[in-house]
Every structure is written in structure tokens, then in C-alpha cells.
Design a protein around this ligand. Sequence first.
Ligand code: MRU
Length: 352
Amino acid sequence: MNSTSNQIYPVVWQDGKVLLIDQTRLPGEYSHVAINRSSDMAQAIKTMIVRGAPAIGVAAAYGMYLGATEIEECDRTKFIQHLEQVANLLRQTRPTAVNLFWAIARMLKTAHEEIGTIAEIKSTLLKTAQEIQAEDLATCQAIGDSGLSILPTTPKKLRILTHCNAGSLATAGYGTALGVVRSAWREQRLERVYADETRPRLQGAKLTAWECVQENIPVTVITDSMAAHCMQRKMIDLVVVGADRIAANGDAANKIGTYALAIAAKAHQIPFYVAAPFSTIDFDLANGSQILIEERDATEIAQIGDTAICAEGVEFYNPAFDVTPANLISAIITEKGVIEPASLIDYRSAVA
Ligand code: MRU
């Protein structure tokens, strides 16, 4: 996978290092950060140079490989012990998106199962990271296409509202929620995307809008607090968002503000869809109350740029995600088809 086509790839393996699009600099600057150490990969995930659940899974997989190349042990048991330490470092970066833990577990399993030399384990780990990346790209394209089946049958082109960025930048490429948007656009079923700005990190305003502009998809940015108003004014036909972790009962964690959006959609009888790969489903969690919600630094809400916006002495609460209960979700759009949240549990054996 390389960066020469006009598709957006947030993670690229090139010449023995990982190139990450620096998502903290978009849309003003399109640049890459070269990563060749596992600790630098952990830092890039933490600081959101790379973000979005599937993308951090892919990045962590490469982080595991980079970590493996740093281990000089010739003894297999000691090698695996060191690799477990790399896994721990990467696991400590962001707690909510299960794709991160899923990818690390798959890399560890690969190392355990490879019976060859240490050099062979290392090369199998690189192959597995590349497979995780290629599979996610194909999965997102499948999600986009299965999403076509939920589009209301109306001669009118559709207005789709989305939150945060669940696009190419948040995945190996193509996107989940934005994958559905891309497929709708390709089939000439889309009038326009409404992109919630997404306080406080502004992934909607900075990233989703940028992605749409790259492909000439008409996009209107609104602040999060304008979404209900737009629904009331009949400006929105459906909502499609991504997810960071979906519990077995269909409750879905996604960027903070998603839950409010789902409530508003329900109040206006607007369908509300979650688009996500199976790697985002955590069948070990019975419901969304068990999902660990990341809390990020107060500066994300206390400041605009470098300027403090509140009086000194104010306290802040900055959860990065919230959980939308399954009963507010019309369906989950996956690579295996469109699934009602209550039926998700039937698919448990498909991923075991
Ligand atoms: O904090 P972020 O930017 O990593 O949060 C991203 C989201 O909430 C996305 O909607 C989610 O990861 C799905 S990405 C396909």
C-alpha cells in the first residue's frame, strides 16, 4: 500500500518505516511523520497524530512490528516477554477504541504461533501488520457498499449528517461512516454531507470536511449544537456515525456528542446508523456501561488555540467518547451486512 494514488492512506509502510499523515496539522498542512520506533508510535497514537479506531489498530500493529525489530534477544521465550512489554506500552495509549487491543492481540498471537526463528517471527509480524491494514481497507469498502441498502428509497438525493471523522483518515482508507457517504456519492444518491464540527478536537470541521473537499463531495460544517435545529428544519435525512467499541448488546461508544445526536434523531424520527467493522465489536462486554471512556486533558476545552477562554479556577470534565444505547440505533452497518443491534449477539461465533 503506498501513498501515490489519490486515495487517502493515514498509515503507510515505506522503506522500513511507517509514514503517518499528521492529522494534528490538517487541513492547513498535509505532511507525514516518519516512525521507526515503537515508543514513537505509542506517542503518535496518544497525541492523535493518528486517530480513529481502525487506524489506531493498524498503527499499533506496525508499532508491534517496530518493537519486535528493537528486541535483540535470540531466546524465543525472552523475545516474547519483551514483545509483551511493547504490547503493554501500546495498550496504554488510548483506552476506548477496541481495535487497538484487537490488533495488538492478533500480533501477539502471530508471534506465539510462528514456530520459526526469531528472524522469521519478525518477518511474519510485518506480514500480519500489512494484512491487518489490507483487510481494513477491504472491510471499509464492504461497509460502504452494504450501507447502500439502508438509504431511503426516494427520488430525492439524501442529506447525511455525520459526527467526528470516520473517514479514510480514521481507517486504513475509505472510512466507515464516510465509506457509506462515499458509496452514496458514487451512486449519485447523495446531495450533501452535514459534518458536525465535533468539539473539542474538531475532527468534523478539520478532517471530515477536508476529506469531502478532496473528492468534491458537497459538505456543510455545523457546530454540534446546531444538529437538532437542522433536524427540526428537515435538513437531515439520516445520520451515520462510526464507533470505537460496540458492546454485545449493540450499545456503541463513539466520539463525545454522538449520544446527544442519537436522542435528537429519535425525537425527529430520523434513522440513526452506526457503521463499523467487526473488529470494533467487543463481545466480551455485555453492555455499554462497561466501556472505558477516555478522559483527555482539560486544555482541549479550556483553550481555543493557545488562548484560555474561561476564568481561572474553573474545573473541567473532558470525556472523549460517550455511549449511545442500542435502542437509539436503527442498525449497525458492517462488512457482513446490516445488523439490528439486538441481533448482534448472534454473530458472536463468527468472530470467535
Ligand atoms: O478521538 P478520535 O478522533 O480517535 O475519535 C474517533 C471517533 O470517534 C470515530 O468516530 C471512530 O473512531 C470511528 S472511526 C472509523
